[in-house]
Ligand binder design. Structure first.
Ligand code: NAP
Length: 278
């Protein structure tokens, strides 16, 4: 019987560290870190994330500047808002809530965030730097996943890691970070032949496909670490991609949904903000 890998508990440890960083800065008379978040329109999920960021910043003693723009804002006005925050010396990090309304060009707009303030690594420059191993911010969800795996105490180097999903925001960066930790990494996607065969060889299995309860115990190796990134809302409840109770029968560690990966993401954002470029 495996163990629940508790994202809330792990993220709490990081929050304590962040509090200490902020208090230390205050003690030395240095500037308190300042987050700028930009929300366009009234997407329910985005409002939820921004509110969470604001609450956490408040709890940790971090400053926030929130910019809320109307749904039909022009690209020019949104770029102007990003420019203002980029030039504002008080602002250490900018997070633009995605997705954007359809009339806005996401790639062009995220490219306007200078990489020194791009704390969720949204721009292509940050992505390029991550893949080349250059100094940049590590995107928050993938960073939280690696920290959760490390929290088990299991050595990542040399392990067989399988990532199911190849999105730019989760699958690809997680695979790159696992590679940086010297795992042997396989990336699976919708065209992968015999997914069960590949995933059941994984010592570390990261599942980010967005299909509720798709991964049953047949996909899981005995003693594996299983990280469930999936979050699908069903009848008001979040459901993961992994059959949690079946996974516990075989794996050594399994993250729950909710309370696993999602619990880490905002904490990693504020950690990036307070620590600066790695
Ligand atoms: P996405 O862009 O829809 O990508 C899904 C990936 O899964 C694609 O690469 C797709 O393959 C692959 N896939 C779909 N069906 C498959 C199958 N039957 N077998 C193998 N691979 C399959 O999703 P995403 O943005 O990465 O998000 C994935 C899930 O994570 C979603 O539920 C999302 O809500 C959740 N999420 C959670 C957090 C968090 O903080 N907890 C953060 C981000 C995302 P193709 O490329 O071939 O289409």
């Amino acid at each position: 019987m495996g163990m629940l890998l508790d994202g809330k508990a792990v993220s709490e440890r990081f929050r304590e560290d962040i509090k200490k960083i902020v208090e230390h800065k205050k003690f030395k008379g240095e500037k308190v870190p300042c987050l700028a978040n930009i929300l366009v329109g009234n997407d329910g999920g985005s409002i939820y994330y921004v509110n969470n960021q604001n609450k956490l910043c408040d709890k940790l003693g971090v400053k926030v500047k929130s910019v809320h723009l109307e749904e039909k804002v022009s690209e020019k006005d949104l770029l102007k808002a990003i420019d203002n925050l980029s030039e504002d010396n008080d602002v250490d990090g900018i997070i633009l809530q995605l997705p954007l309304p359809k009339h806005l060009d996401e790639a062009r707009i995220t490219a306007a965030i200078p990489y020194e303030k791009d704390i969720d690594a949204l721009s292509s420059i940050s992505t390029g730097k991550l893949y080349k191993g250059e100094k940049c911010f590590v995107p928050c969800t993938p960073k939280g996943i690696i920290e959760l795996i490390k929290s088990t105490g299991v050595e990542i180097a040399g392990k067989n890691a399988v990532v199911i999903g190849r999105s730019n925001i989760v699958g690809k960066p997680v695979a790159q970070l696992l590679l940086n930790e010297n795992a042997t990494v396989t990336i699976c996607h919708s065209k992968t032949n015999d997914l069960k065969e590949v995933s059941s060889k994984a010592d570390i299995l990261v599942v980010a496909l967005g299909k509720p309860k798709y991964i049953t115990k047949d996909y899981i190796k005995d003693g594996a670490i299983v990280i469930d990134v999936g979050t699908t809302a069903i009848e008001g409840k979040l459901v993961g991609d992994v059959c949690f109770h079946e996974a516990l029968e075989k794996a050594a560690f399994v993250t729950p949904v909710p309370g696993g990966v999602g619990a880490m993401t905002t904490t990693m954002l504020i950690k990036n903000l307070c620590e600066g470029l790695e």
